[in-house]
Design a protein around this ligand. Structure first.
Ligand code: ADP
Ligand code: MG
Length: 239
């Protein structure tokens, strides 16, 4: 196991999510168990409809499960009061989506400021923008940026709340191969050099090779799970 890995940041136990009722019922999650450790790069692999986004949304406190539990650093998020849940979403979790989800009317700096937790670090906005190599683009609007640059803004925004757990739902899905790879390198760096816990959801098998640990989902269940003693650097991944 990777030497830097510490305790569990997240424990998911027997998680269920059912949408709809009667004949229209869909079991999006059907008893998911997983442990994610501090600082690791965790990959959730699975084809479309296997329940990956549903799982990520539950972990991010965006939606409530039908059954089971999610512990963040030992605390059951299902028991959080509204205020605690809002804090959890804002400060503990950073979300990155396939579609970037930037606000078109705001420039780069303003987009990153949206989530910023300047109490701990008054320079966090500029630091995260710099970390993502966007200092020159601070005043640009999303429409003036390439897809890769927009995704880097989204990552900077996800980090500006000081989140330790970064949840990335198909972060390269809307990008060409080279740009996608560049984004994976950034995510890898955040885990390896900055100690962030990074969860990457993907339907691309090759991308899974970069994970410290990989689970495969099918029909709302974890059907395979393994640890990677020697994760392949994103740089060397082809798909
Ligand atoms: P993935 O991200 O792996 O493609 P999802 O988590 O989006 O999978 O979906 C898992 C299953 O749950 C699919 O069958 C999908 O149609 C269904 N589903 C997801 N969200 C909803 C929803 N809001 N209402 C009804 N069914 C949903
Ligand atoms: Mg999805």
């Amino acid at each position: 196991m990777n030497g830097k890995i510490k305790g569990c940041i997240l424990q998911v136990r027997d998680l269920h999510k059912t949408y709809g009722t009667g004949d229209n019922q869909v079991r999006a999650l059907d008893g998911v168990d997983l442990d994610i450790y501090e600082g690791e790069l965790f990959v959730i692999l699975g084809s479309s409809g296997s329940g990956k986004s549903t799982l990520l949304n539950m972990i991010g406190g965006m939606d409530a499960p039908t059954g089971g539990s999610i512990l963040f650093r030992g605390k059951e998020i299902g028991r959080f009061r509204d205020r605690e849940l809002t804090d959890y979403r804002k400060k503990c979790i950073g979300f990155v989506f396939q579609s970037f989800n930037l606000i078109g009317e705001l420039n780069v700096r303003e987009n990153v400021e949206l989530t910023a937790n300047t109490k701990n670090d008054p320079h966090i906005v500029d630091n995260m923008i710099e970390l993502m190599g966007l200092t020159e683009k601070k005043k640009s609007y999303p429409s003036q940026l390439s897809g890769g640059q927009q995704q880097r803004v989204a990552i900077a925004r996800a980090l500006a709340g000081d989140a330790d757990l970064l949840l990335c739902d198909e972060p390269t899905g809307a990008l060409d191969f080279e740009t996608g790879k560049q984004i994976l390198r950034q995510l890898e760096r955040l885990s390896r050099e900055h100690g962030k816990t990074v969860v990457i959801v993907t339907h691309t098998r090759e991308i899974a090779q970069m994970g410290d640990r990989v689970i495969t989902m099918k029909d709302g269940r974890v059907v395979d799970s393994y640890e990677n003693d020697e994760p392949v650097p994103a740089e060397r991944i082809d798909w």
